[in-house]
Design a protein around this ligand. Structure first.
Ligand code: SF4
Length: 355
């Protein structure tokens, strides 16, 4: 008999499973806490349950973590795992340390169907969506590694304070599972991450953005990468389907519901493609037209073999950033993290597959 996987079930689903054994809501709450507050993966450690219940759970259910295939640690502390699920499919999860906190970058799909021209993951096509459990369990693996269940044993603050949904895949091509996973991550009885500490990044799947605002309340980042439709379509073909006007209108609606100061616009600096001062001025005008509370993240491009793009020079990036700031927008240059372990999107998996 195939066992039912518990990680990724909503609380109501978990309750439904326990009711099959005549158990009540408070038992489901306890089980939820064992899974998501204590991070227990072994039924025999669930000491608040009778031996009989523990055995029933053991016979019918599983608590699975993806297998860590490889782990790489960069000189700057960035840590990247290649994770494998039960069916052999692999994705990558990255830990990005900051001074006083750290973010886990999770994937939502194996591969990606959006096909951004500059992205290595995009060149791998889509294999399948991840389940809610597979999305949540990437964060749980990281907590296992850092010993942060239920909190660090030496009493220091947690390293894993934030989640960015920015790994492989377009989360809004896997919206239901992503929403379910985010609601598990923010549930107060379990992992209890604040919504303000989670950022979902999308290539701009406009019709789904509102649903994320309504059903999760997490912060939003949009991969913009160009100031007008012509340029954006040339590097992000998805722009034909959801042009800038639609994406930015969806951002306006998002900000009405999730009232954070900024939506972050990711902007990859590609030499002679989108990095001129005119491009920066056009961006400023665009943000003002839509009256968006916006912050830019300027990202230095990390070229990969055969990509056909070159990174902008540091001077160019600095001038671009200053122009955006003159226009009234915060535009830090994001330091590329983990360059020595190829922590940019999709690179680890691609390398393994070439072997
Ligand atoms: S940048 Fe993101 S959305 Fe675009 S192809 Fe890569 S993974 Fe997909």
């Amino acid at each position: 008999m195939t066992k039912i996987e518990l990680i990724g079930l909503s609380f109501e689903e978990l309750l439904g499973e326990l009711e099959k054994f005549g158990e009540k809501k408070f038992r489901a709450k306890q089980l939820w806490q064992w899974l998501y507050f204590h991070g227990v993966t072994d039924f025999s450690k669930m000491t608040s349950f009778s031996k009989d219940l523990r055995e029933k759970l053991e016979q019918n259910y599983s608590i699975t973590r993806p297998k860590i295939v490889t782990e790489q640690i960069s000189s700057d502390g960035t840590r990247k795992w290649l994770l494998e699920f039960a069916d052999g499919q692999r994705i990558e999860t990255v830990y990005i340390p900051e001074e006083d906190r750290g973010a886990i970058c999770v994937s939502t799909q194996v591969g990606c169907g959006v096909g951004c021209k500059f992205c290595h993951t995009g060149s791998q096509r889509i294999t399948r969506n991840l389940t809610a459990g597979e999305i949540v369990s990437q964060f749980m693996v990281a907590r296992d590694v850092y010993g942060e269940w239920p909190s660090p044993s030496n009493g220091t603050p947690r390293k894993l304070s934030n989640v960015v949904v920015m790994g492989m895949g377009e989360p809004l091509h896997n919206t239901e599972n992503t929403i379910k996973a985010l609601n598990i991550l923010t549930d107060g009885e379990g992992i209890a991450l604040s919504k303000r500490r989670i950022t979902l990044s999308t290539s701009g799947i406009a019709p789904k953005m509102l649903q994320i605002a309504q059903e999760t309340g997490v912060k939003l980042a949009v991969s913009l990468h160009a100031p007008n439709n012509e340029k954006r379509t040339s590097i992000m073909p998805i722009n034909k389907q959801y042009p800038l006007e639609e994406v930015l209108k969806a951002c306006q609606e998002y900000q009405k519901i999730v009232t954070s100061r900024y939506i972050t616009f990711e902007y990859l600096m590609l030499k002679d493609i989108n990095d001129s001062l005119d491009d920066a001025r056009e961006l400023v005008a665009l943000m003002k037209k839509y009256k968006l509370g916006a912050k830019f993240n300027l990202i230095a491009f990390n070229p990969w073999p055969g990509c056909g793009f070159e990174p902008s020079s540091n001077n160019r990036i600095r001038a671009f950033s200053q122009e955006l700031e003159r226009g009234g927008f915060v535009a830090p240059v994001r330091v590329a993290r983990g360059q020595d372990i190829l922590a940019a999107c999709g690179q680890l998996k691609s390398k393994k597959e070439q072997n």
